[in-house]
Design a binder for this molecule. Structure first.
Ligand code: PGU
Length: 406
């Protein structure tokens, strides 16, 4: 019989979010919702999944993209790294035109690129993550063989750099090992912390000194409201020699189900042997990815127009409004929180408690689904992540329940 990929057996359990969905189903089976009693309905502030409709300018782009496929003169097939107009638009809007189109690779979302990126470095790479962090960085490292088995406090071979209240959620860069691949997310999922310019300068300096590559996940950049905070690692001098940036239309334009993102791989970025990461990334995506949907890309072009950018602002403002309400409700209950101001996540602290227990208690008492901090790494223990993605009426109801029952 054929053998299983041994890396799969090293994964500790199910992927975090399906595991939460499973616990929700289990809870629902034991506590069925009664349509006559709205208070029995479970409200999800768990997975970060957008809920609000795509707005008109962006939607018109999607519709037009579909229509163009029905015309002989406007039809298009494979687009490889993406429509030139979209790559130029991303460079213009997000990087002041600082990248050539062949440094911007259009993807079907940043999660997919996080998985594919690992092919550049293979099983021999040393992976480092902010702890807590988006689970795909570590799970992807396990799948490619760059991490060992579960030790009880993380995966062997992965460097977990704690980001806690004690260090204001910015890791101690002295702990970053030479020649490693460092996944860094700002604004951060799950803590909501957005790194300052001096912090990112220190990050770039450390990466250059130690021969590391930073995979900078900017999926929540559009949630930054403080004008002093960088939206991209490429605002920092020297970053082109040490960083790759991932971004996405998911949380900005509401494209979680449409699927569209991009990855910037600067031409200056080189491996130890002097080879180009840009050329290799071109080779990898050319081989195992045939481009994002042309309809999604047409939507992306519309989202980057002045009207589309105003819609991105409107949507992110809406979710930030939810975040403010959730954080306010928790703080009125005396729960210490960070995040929610430049990010759609609120990171709430329950000192001395196990986060899966707090998760279960909130579900039981308030019928509100959250995400336990321990699911994001050892330093997430005793924290709960609240997502601000939800309809306003649901968020308001969830806040009222938290204030009443927590
Ligand atoms: N990067 C970060 C930091 C994320 O939090 C997410 C989504 C993604 C990338 C994925 O973006 P796409 O462009 O849509 O692929 N995180 C959500 C959803 C859960 C999941 O499994 O992706 C979350 O709740 O953390």
């Amino acid at each position: 019989m054929i053998q299983r990929n041994v890396n799969l057996s090293r994964l500790k359990a199910g992927y975090l979010f399906p595991e939460i969905a499973r616990r929700r189903r289990e809870f629902a089976a034991a506590h069925p919702e009664d349509p006559a009693r709205p208070e029995t309905r479970v409200i999800s502030l768990g997975v970060g999944n957008t809920t609000e409709p795509i707005l008109p300018v962006t939607c018109a782009g999607l519709v037009d993209g579909a229509r163009r496929l029905a015309g002989e003169a406007t039809y298009s097939g494979y687009t490889d790294e993406g429509f030139l107009e979209l790559r130029e638009g991303v460079s213009r809007v997000c990087y002041h035109g600082g990248f050539s189109p062949d440094e911007i690779f259009i993807s079907d979302g940043s999660k997919c690129d996080i998985g594919r990126l690992q092919l550049l470095f293979g099983a021999g790479v040393k992976a480092a993550v902010q702890d807590p962090s988006y689970p795909v960085y570590v799970d992807g490292s396990v799948l490619i063989g760059a991490a060992g088995g579960w030790t009880g406090a993380g995966y062997g071979g992965v460097s977990y750099l704690p980001c806690t209240p004690e260090n204001s959620y910015f890791p101690d860069l002295a702990k970053l090992e030479n020649d490693s691949l460092f996944y860094f997310c700002s604004p951060n999922n799950p803590t909501g912390a957005a790194a300052t310019r001096p912090q990112l300068e220190a990050l770039v300096a450390a990466a250059l000194k130690k021969g590391c590559v930073v995979v900078f996940d900017a999926a929540y950049a559009e949630y930054i409201r403080d004008p002093a905070l960088p939206k991209s690692i490429f605002e920092i001098e020297g970053s082109r020699e040490c960083a790759i940036e991932l971004n996405s239309f998911s949380k900005s334009a509401g494209f979680t189900g449409v699927r569209l993102g991009w990855t910037v791989v600067p031409k200056e970025l080189k491996y130890a042997g002097g080879e180009s990461l840009n050329a290799d990334w071109n080779r990898v995506v050319g081989t195992i990815f045939n481009g994002a949907s042309n309809i999604a890309q047409a939507g992306g072009i519309a989202a980057l127009s002045p009207g589309g950018l105003a819609e991105i602002r409107e949507l992110s403002d809406f979710y930030l409004g939810n975040a403010k309400r959730i954080r306010g409700a928790l703080e009125r209950k005396g729960v210490g929180c960070v995040g929610g101001d430049n990010s759609p996540y609120i990171w709430a602290r329950f000192p001395g408690r196990d986060s899966w227990d707090v998760f279960a208690e909130i579900l039981e008492k308030c019928r509100v689904l959250t995400t336990p901090g321990a699911g994001f790494g050892p330093s997430g223990q005793s924290f709960i992540r609240f997502s601000a993605f939800g309809h306003r009426r649901d968020v308001e109801e969830a806040c009222a329940r938290l204030e009443t029952f927590l």
